[in-house]
Design a binder for this molecule. Structure first.
Ligand code: DAT
Ligand code: MG
Length: 152
C-alpha cells in the first residue's frame, strides 16, 4: 500500500446544485484524510492549464467556459492508493456508464455536467496539486482515529 495524495474538484454544477456536502461525505466516510480545501472561481489560464491535455478536443472551449463559470471546490485528499480509489468513488466519465453508487452514477446525467474531477495518475495528481495549491495550503496532520483506519 502506498500513501498518495490526489486532487479532487467539485465543478460549478456540483456547487450550484448544493452537492458539496454529499460529495465530501463520500470521501470522508471512506476514511481518506482531507489535507486542503478551498472555494474559488478558476481563471481561464488555470482552467486551460488544468485541462491542457484536452486542448485539441472539440469540447475544450466549452469545458473551459463551464469550469470558469462559477465557484469550484478544490481539494487534496490523502491515503493509501487514494488516486485510483477516488476515481472508483467518482465513477466513469460518462454518467450513463458510471455505476450506481458512484458519484457520477448517482448524481449526474450528462458528460459535460459530471459534477466532479479527480486526478487520473500519480503524475497528474502531482501536476494538479501544485497547479491549484501553494505548498503552504497543504496541511500535515494526524486524525485522532487514524489507528482505526490504517495498520501501523
Ligand atoms: P475525467 O473527468 O473522467 O478525467 P476526461 O479527463 O476524459 O474525463 O475529460 C475531462 C472532462 O472533459 C470530463 O470530465 C468531461 C469533459 N469531456 C470529456 N469528454 C467529453 C466529450 N466527449 N464531450 C463533452 N465533454 C467531455
Ligand atoms: Mg481526466
Amino acid at each position: 500500500m502506498s500513501k498518495e495524495r490526489t486532487f479532487i474538484a467539485i465543478k460549478p454544477d456540483g456547487v450550484q446544485r448544493g452537492l458539496i456536502g454529499e460529495i465530501l461525505n463520500r470521501f470522508e466516510r471512506k476514511g481518506f484524510k482531507l489535507v486542503a480545501l478551498k472555494q474559488l472561481i478558476p481563471s481561464k489560464a488555470l482552467a486551460e492549464q488544468h485541462y491542457g491535455v484536452h486542448k485539441d478536443r472539440p469540447f475544450f472551449g466549452g469545458l473551459v467556459n463551464f469550469i470558469t463559470s462559477g465557484p469550484v471546490v478544490a481539494m487534496v485528499w490523502e491515503g493509501d492508493e487514494v488516486i485510483s480509489s477516488a476515481r472508483k468513488i467518482i465513477g466513469s466519465t460518462k454518467p450513463v456508464e458510471a455505476e450506481p453508487g458512484t458519484i457520477r452514477g448517482d448524481l449526474a446525467i450528462n458528460i459535460g455536467r459530471n459534477v466532479i474531477h479527480g486526478s487520473d495518475s500519480p503524475q497528474t495528481a502531482e501536476f494538479e496539486i501544485q497547479l491549484w495549491f501553494q505548498s503552504s495550503e497543504l496541511n500535515e496532520w494526524t486524525p485522532t482515529d487514524q489507528i482505526w483506519r490504517v495498520e501501523n
